[in-house]
Structures are given as C-alpha cells and as structure tokens.
Design a protein around this ligand. Structure first.
Ligand SMILES: Cc1ncc(COP(=O)(O)O)c(C=O)c1O
Length: 459
C-alpha cells in the first residue's frame, strides 16, 4: 500500500469525507471557526499546513504531546519494534515489554505516590477510569461514586457517571449511582462520605474543563476523609500527569498519596493509544482474588508491543530531556506574562494553572464602550468572546488553542513540554496583540461574532 501517495492524492478532501462518513456536525463547526486547515506535518511544538505555514500547537492533541510531535526517540523505538517482528498479542503469555513498562511506571510512580505497586494496562483514558471504578467497587463492596462539579474523566458510561457537566451527561439515560460535589466544599464531601456507601471519590488534581484549581487544603483533606470513611481515593492524572504541571504527577503539588491513579494521554508519545491504572497491590488483589479470577477484568489490546514501547520511550525522553523541569520553568514565564496582561485588559478576569496547564478566564468589562459590545456578544451565545479570541489567535498568529468547556469564557493552554523561550515569547505577544485589538474594538473581532452566529444559523 502506497500510503504517502494516497495522502497526496486526497489531501484537501478531509472536511468533505468527514461530512459524508464521520461526524458532519464537527466538520461544520471546524469550518465555521476557520479551523478547517489541511495539516501536512507535525514536528516538535509545530504543525505545518499544505501551504508550508507553521502553527504553534498549544493544544497538543488534548494533552498527548508532552514530548512534542514526531519525536526521534519515539520514532526510532517504534521502527525498531516493527523491524524485530515481535511476537505481539499472544494473550496466553506474559509479554516482556508490558512487564518492563510496569516496572518503570511503578518505580517512577512510587517516587511521587508511595504504595502504587501494581499496574493494569488499558487502551485509553476512559478505559483506565472505568477500570479504576470497577476496582474500587470490588475493593469496597459499595456501589456509589462521588465526583466534583465540572469534572471530566472520559465519556464511556462509567466515566460519564462521574462527569460533572450536564452538557455531557444529558441524553444518555440512567448512569451509575453517583453524586457531584462542588470543588473545594469539604463539608459537602464529608456529608456524602459519612453515608458509608461510597466506593470511590474521584478527583483531577487540576480540572481539565475550565482549569479550575483546588484550594491548597482541599485534596489532602479529601484524602484524609476518604481514609476515615473507607472510600477509595482515585486521582485522575490522565491530563495533569506525566509532567504536565511541572511535577511528574499533578497531585504532588499537594503531597497526595492516592489509592488508584489512572494515566494515559502522554504515555503514548502521541503515537500509540495506551493507558494504565496504577494501584496498590492490596486493592488489586480484591479484583484479581484467585486463579479463577485472573482475567475477570481484561482487554485485547492493552499490552500491545507498540504501545508498551511508546510508553517506555516517552518515560525515557521525559527524563533525559528534563522536560518536567522545562514545563515548570516555561509555565512560570507564561503565567507571569499573562498575569501582567490582567492589569491592561479589563475583560481578562483570571489567569490560573500550574506548569503548562494554564487557563485564562474572561468576564464582563467595566468601561462603558466595551460593556455594550460584550453584552451583545454574550446575548448571542455565552462563551462567544473566548471563542473569538481563539479564532483571532489562529487567524492572525497561527497559534492553536481551544475554549475550555461548553459555553464558558475560558481558554486553555496545553502546549508540549518541549516549549522554548522563543515559543513562550511568541505566544505571549500573539495573545497580547489579540486582546489589545479586542480591547480597542479593532481588528474585526467583535464583528466576527455576528458573522459566526449568522454562519452557524445558515448551515
Ligand atoms: C482527566 C481526564 N480523564 C479522562 C479522560 C478520558 O481520556 P480518553 O479521551 O483517552 O478516553 C480525559 C480526556 O480528556 C481527561 O482529561
């Protein structure tokens, strides 16, 4: 098969193909917001289109490109594995590479989270969350789960049961018994745990949807309450883990010691889907409790060779290139630059995050001239201002970002951890220029809002 030739011949047809065969609604949205670019190459922190234009990627494929795109160590590892004709997916077998990755993961995990000495491999983040919920039920013989408002843990039915957004939950029927509590409200959590029927409390160290941050005492105290009431404490590191926040695990910022930790995304090196559940052996044994139950929870592709190789190579690159330290340093620079803008742009209400997981929240302006324009936009659709900034960043600066959640005025930055000083300076000046135009009611940003709504209604 001549895949390169096929790509060359059909390049430019992607939107039409998706309209016909995949997800027409998504294809239309991408057209409306001018995100229908024909990308041809990805390297490091950059993407390139068919016109040779370069884009700085502050989205990282929803946070999988910690090591950057097309990393040579990842490519070389995968090429080697392919050339070795490895005996893959034998199933009635203990694959060596899965054992080696589990060894590396538990060794690294325990430097941050003591006690996590067993691993279960999955194909995705949601599957790692599903398994974590099942393991918690098996360990506690309880049914209910508690999650935090705005939480995002994946979209399969179990993971959806601990999703904190009505937008995602509605329309899919009855979910698992579960209760949402407001972030940072320890009394609400305590009330739920005291009912002594909660299998697990699940939390992201920093919430991916909205980049909402826990108060410093919240997660440590939540952990203490879970211990007290016999509830498993799951910390979902699928997005915040593997260096994203400037530490190996996001929860390290608060000295946590969770019972179960699902990871995924960046472990793939951006190449092969993979996930893992890191868990204490005593809890693992409650599911895999004897020889007869040795595959009572299992999957077909979880330990496939290429995924294991990608995981090993990713861990090596994170360490050998000091990417976690770089994430902490560049994150500080980015945060400082954005905070500096807060004094100049009255609509920039908050800047928050850790390492390279950063949110920028907009809110109503104070000055009269801007108030009317803001109100007109927000009446058309909540969250439209942030979407227009995202579009301005792309159109004028080729900086790829996203709005962080449904109808919220929050933009999230999740760049690769390989970011250079120049990349950060470029992004800051792009954001500054875009906000400056919006602030001066120039550059067509506000008119774009009207056009956008018109285009959405027409299609
Ligand atoms: C914190 C968190 N948990 C779980 C998931 C689900 O992962 P996946 O999309 O691989 O199913 C995500 C995905 O964005 C996530 O951010």
């Amino acid at each position: 098969m001549e895949i390169a030739k096929l790509i060359e011949e059909r390049l430019g047809e992607q939107i039409e193909l998706h309209k016909r065969h995949v997800n027409p609604a998504l294809a239309r949205v991408l057209q409306i917001i001018d995100y229908d670019v024909a990308y041809t190459r990805g390297e490091g922190a950059y993407l390139y289109d068919d016109g040779g234009n370069r884009y700085l990627d502050f989205l990282s494929g929803y946070g999988v490109y910690q090591v950057g795109r097309s990393h040579p160590v990842l490519k070389e590892t995968l090429h080697q594995l392919l050339d070795l004709d490895r005996p893959n997916l034998i199933q009635m077998d203990c694959p060596l590479l899965a054992g080696l990755l589990a060894e590396r993961l538990t060794e690294r995990a325990q430097r941050s989270y003591p006690g996590l000495d067993a691993v279960f491999f999955t194909n995705s983040g949601a599957e790692a969350v599903e398994g974590s919920l099942k393991f918690s039920r098996a360990a506690t013989k309880r049914d209910r789960f508690v999650y935090i408002d705005h939480a995002f843990h994946g979209l399969t039915l179990g993971a959806l049961s601990v999703n904190g957004s009505p937008h995602f939950r509605e329309g899919f029927g009855q979910l698992l018994p579960s209760t949402g509590v407001p972030l940072n409200d320890l009394n609400a959590l305590k009330r739920e745990l005291e009912r002594a029927d909660v299998a697990a409390f699940i939390a992201e160290p920093i919430q991916g949807k909205g980049v909402y941050m826990p108060d410093d005492e919240y997660l440590p105290e939540a952990q203490r309450l879970c211990r007290k009431h016999g509830t498993v404490f799951i910390v979902d590191e699928i997005q915040a883990g593997l260096g994203r926040t400037g530490r190996f695990f996001g929860g390290e910022h608060w000295g946590l010691e969770p019972d179960i930790v699902p990871i995924s995304k960046a472990l793939s090196g951006g190449f092969i889907p993979v996930g893992a559940i890191l868990i204490r052996r005593d809890l693992h044994k409650k599911t895999f409790s004897g020889l007869e139950r040795c595959v009572v929870h299992s999957n077909t592709f979880g330990m496939n060779e290429l995924a294991m190789g990608a995981g090993l190579a990713t861990l090596e690159v994170l360490e050998s290139e000091n990417l976690i330290e770089n994430a902490a340093r560049q994150g500080e620079r980015l945060l400082a630059g954005l905070r500096d803008m807060q004094s100049r742009y009255e609509m920039l209400h908050d800047v928050r995050g850790k390492g390279l997981m950063i949110g920028m929240e907009f809110g109503p302006p104070k000055s009269l001239k801007l108030k009317a324009a803001w109100k007109a936009l927000e009446t058309m659709q909540a969250g439209l201002f942030a979407q227009l900034v995202v579009m301005g960043l792309m159109r004028d600066h080729r900086l790829l970002t996203q709005v962080s959640g449904h109808r919220v005025n929050i933009i999230k930055f999740l760049p690769p951890l390989i970011l250079s000083d120049e990349d950060v300076d470029f992004a800051l000046s792009a954001i500054d220029a875009t906000l400056d135009k919006a602030h001066k009611l120039r550059g067509g940003l506000w008119d774009l809002g009207r056009q956008l709504v018109k285009a959405a209604l027409k299609r």
